[in-house]
Design a protein around this ligand. Structure first.
Ligand SMILES: C[S@@+](CC[C@H](N)C(=O)[O-])C[C@H]1O[C@@H](n2cnc3c(N)ncnc32)[C@H](O)[C@@H]1O
Length: 189
């Protein structure tokens, strides 16, 4: 059977466009797609001491490297927030067929429009500009005792309790020393 080279070229262009969209479209919102490496994801959950008493928000949940592990292994309530619709569909499929569906919530939307004041743990893997935009939101919404774990990029102006350089994971605790506790509630979980 003869293969039409033009059809092949069109197909390749479409596949490349779909891939480029999947990875790059969310640049407009704060970060493209790159899953947190397994070792870093494990370290984020370990450093944050995630437990069944926690509500973890992954701000920019991607395809769920953190959300499902937090719910399945650590038995936390996990909320994944994601702006890019194909990844949201993947997250919802994983939730539908995964082991801990009752503890996972998937929210399709922009994390900057979200109220995450119920979070006891916030996880991020966003770009520096988005981390800067996020900082005042964290400061106004986090409750006392909440932990923030970030892969790759620190929160400028905050002091990490731990920086695991090998996995490039930062652990922060709110309130920061010297900062007023402006969060909505006290007492953590
Ligand atoms: C580097 S990936 C991290 C993925 C995920 N946290 C993980 O552990 O695999 C960043 C994700 O944040 C999402 N994102 C970027 N800006 C966002 C925004 N403003 N609101 C919600 N999600 C956003 C992107 O679509 C992308 O999936």
């Amino acid at each position: 059977m003869a293969v039409d080279p033009i059809a092949v070229a069109i197909l390749l262009v479409l596949v490349a466009a779909a891939l480029a969209y999947f990875v790059f479209a969310s640049f407009l919102f704060g970060a493209g797609y790159q899953p947190t490496p397994r070792a870093a994801a494990l370290e984020m959950l370990r450093l944050a001491e995630v437990s069944p008493r926690d509500t973890l928000y992954d701000l920019g949940a991607g395809t769920g490297a953190l959300v499902f592990r937090a719910a399945r292994v650590y038995r936390a309530r996990a909320v994944g927030v994601e702006v890019e619709p194909i990844r949201v569909a993947i997250l919802r499929l994983r939730r539908r067929f995964g082991a801990a569906a009752d503890r996972v919530t998937i929210h399709w939307g922009d994390l900057f429009d979200l109220d995450f004041s119920e979070a006891t743990v916030v996880a991020t893997f966003l770009w520096p500009g988005a981390m800067q935009r996020l900082r005042p939101k964290l400061e106004s919404q986090l409750r006392d005792g909440a932990r923030v774990v970030s892969h790759c990029h620190p929160i400028e102006g905050w002091t990490p309790e731990v920086h695991d350089a090998r996995n490039d994971v930062y652990l922060y605790r709110w309130p920061q020393a010297g900062a007023p506790a402006t969060g909505p509630a006290t007492g953590g979980t």
